[in-house]
Design a protein around this ligand. Sequence first.
Ligand code: FES
Length: 84
Amino acid sequence: MSFSITIEEQEITFLDEDKNILNTLERKNIESHFHCRDGFCGACRCTLKKGTVEYHEYPLAFIGDNEILTCCSYPTSDIELVIE
Ligand code: FES
């Protein structure tokens, strides 16, 4: 099942082979911050405005309310993100 990711009115599709949201952003040439790609540093933190995500493994970096880490999460519904 593929879910859509909306960012600044642009809608892209998460594919299972992307494995995580950061990979989808990169595949679509959408700039976002990242560093460790493994849930440690928090550099990929962004705001989840709508929808739900799950983590492959729950990350160590702090995640605030309505925030997600794109490097280690995948959507479980259509989602809307705000990249800081
Ligand atoms: S890139 Fe480090 S937590 Fe996502």
